[in-house]
Design a protein around this ligand. Structure first.
Ligand code: ADP
Length: 607
């Protein structure tokens, strides 16, 4: 039970005010139940004719206990007739019930507020943290899995917390209240009856273990049965041809016997446990009845106290019974809590950025020297000793066969993935040890599958610069050659992306992403062209947009299209994660076989 879950319980306890209110309300609710039980005492006394009225009962009580006597003013208002007393006491019970129910509601209210509040905070923190984790960590787990994990685990955490603060607290306090009432009526009997508790607990535990083992064994055996039966009937042709029916039947028989044995074990343990407990309960009750009987006969105890003590004990039992289930629920909250903690405590990629110097402002050159990049879990480097020097203002195209590491080079340039080896330096300064954010601010990336979020086109373009004006957005969209098709959309810049759905073509999406990049006006533009076909119109527009936006900037394009290749200043041919050759289209056509092959297969065919 103790475990990661308690980290979040501690978080909940930090909200002291609400916790105190929840506890106070739960206590009032339980106390009203306990007082209700106690009030049954005088009611019985009066109904049985042992006292004429409530005033007499109260007086007798204080006389017997020789403690302070209540002021006569109070005794004077208490009813003295049986009927009046009954009405008074039952009225009191009703008031207690209303108080208890209201306190119960308030307890639930505070507990829900507390739990939902903590869980909302955990969700937010986990999501914030996920955004700041290294890209590879999230990608390795699968982004969809990641988010659904967070939401599901947070839900399970909430169940655990509300079990603890809502249900468990209430039931425990009710158990205590009922116990106090039982003690009030007859403390000797109560303590004797409590001896049963541990005995029953031991039996339940032993039986529980047997039942669980039996059920597990029986499930395993049944899975075996399913397998053997399936195999035999699937391979019936072979079984028959080989005359192996008998053999298969024996195999099935062995498992069948085991399934039977295990099931018997579980069912017998279950069947034995409850009569055993009943038997103990009856023996104990008989013992109690004997003790009580002797006491009552000797005039040391009263019958109604015995009955009420037993009733209170029964109330205590039913209050505490669900607690075992709650404990299971609490320990079930440990696994989701551990996963949430793992995310919450995972180091953010920018951890320590505050203590790092800024990356230099890119003015002259970017140098990759022997850069290697390996994805987590991979056995080979996706990029392997890749070296390249980029001059400011240059337009570079990277080409190469699928999977040779082109996109990974872009990710390395943006420092989305840490380098496993080699250096990435800007104007002669190694970026290792400089802050990630200061470098990423200088670049923009157009991804292969442009990421569009639910929201208007304008919001989507604004992503990199939240406070850009409408005019700046229009300007960026124009330069990305996107304004023309945007104006044709219903609503123009205000058109909702999610409502447009698939009516945006791949090329249009890409141009929105280019407008987004244009808006940040980066020194370095990284462009990962879509591998899928883009309509001819978009292709021309995209090339024109890149030319226009790329003026005075450094552009690295992972190129799949002829237009992008021929407009580049230099083309890098990559193979197996490394640079194979660098040159212009003509140079490479003449001397690089791989390039010539790629050109024939990809660019020329399309272009
Ligand atoms: P390209 O862009 O040239 O098609 P990539 O850079 O996408 O190639 O991939 C290079 C290599 O790295 C490939 O072998 C690919 O399977 C592998 N790879 C890419 N992304 C991941 C990833 N997230 N996890 C593991 N391996 C990856």
């Amino acid at each position: 039970m103790i475990g990661p879950f308690w980290h979040f319980v501690r978080m909940l306890l930090e909200r002291r005010g609400a916790v105190a209110l929840a506890i106070v309300c739960a206590t009032i609710s339980a106390a009203s139940m306990g007082s209700g039980l106690v009030v049954l005492g005088p009611i019985l006394e009066i109904v049985l004719g042992e006292a004429r009225g409530l005033a007499e009962v109260v007086q007798a009580f204080f006389a017997q206990h020789q403690s302070w006597a209540p002021p006569s003013a109070i005794l004077d208002v208490l009813p003295t007739t049986p009927r009046g007393s009954l009405a008074f006491l039952l009225g009191g019970l009703a008031v207690l019930t209303v108080i208890g129910a209201s306190a119960n509601f308030l307890h639930q209210y505070f507990s829900v507020t507390l739990c939902a509040g903590v869980v909302a905070r955990v969700r937010q923190e986990a999501f914030d943290r996920s955004l700041r984790l290294p890209l590879a960590t999230v990608v390795a787990r699968g982004p969809a899995e990641y988010t659904s994990r967070i939401l599901r685990d947070a839900g399970d955490l909430q169940t655990g917390l509300s079990t603890l603060v809502g249900k468990m607290l209430a039931q425990l306090l009710k158990g205590v209240a009922a116990f106090a009432a039982a003690i009030w009526f007859d403390w000797r009997l109560t303590l004797f009856a409590l001896l049963v508790g541990p005995v029953v607990a031991i039996i339940l535990r032993k039986a529980g273990k047997r039942i669980r083992r039996g059920i597990r064994g029986s499930l395993e055996a049944q899975q075996g049965l399913l397998r053997v039966a399936g195999e035999s009937l699937h391979g019936l042709r072979t079984v028959k041809a080989m005359g192996a029916e008998e053999q298969m039947a024996t195999r099935f028989g062995r498992l069948n016997q085991e399934a039977y044995r295990q099931e018997m074990r579980a069912r017998l343990a279950r069947a034995l446990a409850s009569p055993l407990i009943e038997m103990i309960a009856i023996v104990v009750a008989a013992g109690l009845a004997y003790l009580a009987g002797v006491q009552i006969l000797d005039g040391h105890a009263r019958f109604e106290d015995f009955v009420l003590a037993m009733g209170s004990l029964a109330a205590m039992g039913s209050s505490l019974r669900p607690v075992a289930v709650f404990i299971n629920e609490l320990s079930a909250a440990n696994a989701p809590s551990a996963r949430l903690l793992e995310i919450l405590h995972a180091p953010a990629e920018s951890e320590g950025d505050r203590h790092r110097s800024d990356a230099p402002a890119f003015r002259h050159s970017i140098d990759l020297v022997d850069v290697s990049i390996r994805y987590p879990g991979a056995t080979v480097d996706a990029v392997d000793r890749f070296s390249l020097s980029l001059r400011a203002g240059e337009h570079l195209a990277i080409v190469g066969p699928n999977g040779c590491g082109k996109s990974t080079v872009l990710a390395g340039l943006a420092r989305l993935i840490p380098l496993a080896g080699g250096t990435l330096s800007v104007d002669g300064v190694d970026l290792q040890g400089t802050s990630l954010s200061s470098w990423r601010r200088q670049l923009a990336m157009v991804a292969q599958e442009p990421f569009l979020m639910a929201g208007s086109i304008e919001e989507n373009i604004r992503l990199g610069r939240p406070n850009a004006t409408r005019a700046e957005i229009v300007e960026a969209a124009k330069r990305a050659h996107a304004m023309e098709f945007i104006l044709r959309l219903p609503g123009g810049l205000d058109a909702e992306v999610s409502e447009l759905g698939s009516s945006l073509s791949g090329g249009q999406r890409q141009r929105i992403a280019i407008a987004r990049a244009a808006l940040v006006s980066p020194a370095l533009l990284l462009m990962d062209e879509a591998t899928s076909q883009v309509d001819a119109e978009s292709e021309v527009e995209i090339a024109a947009a890149i030319r226009e936006i790329g003026q005075g900037r450094t552009v690295v394009t992972v190129a799949h299209r002829f237009a992008s290749v021929v407009s580049a200043d230099r083309i890098v041919v990559m193979d197996h994660g490394a640079v194979l050759d660098v040159g212009t289209h003509e140079e490479l056509l003449a001397r690089c076989d791989l390039y010539a092959r790629l050109a024939r297969a990809q660019f020329m065919a399309a272009g």
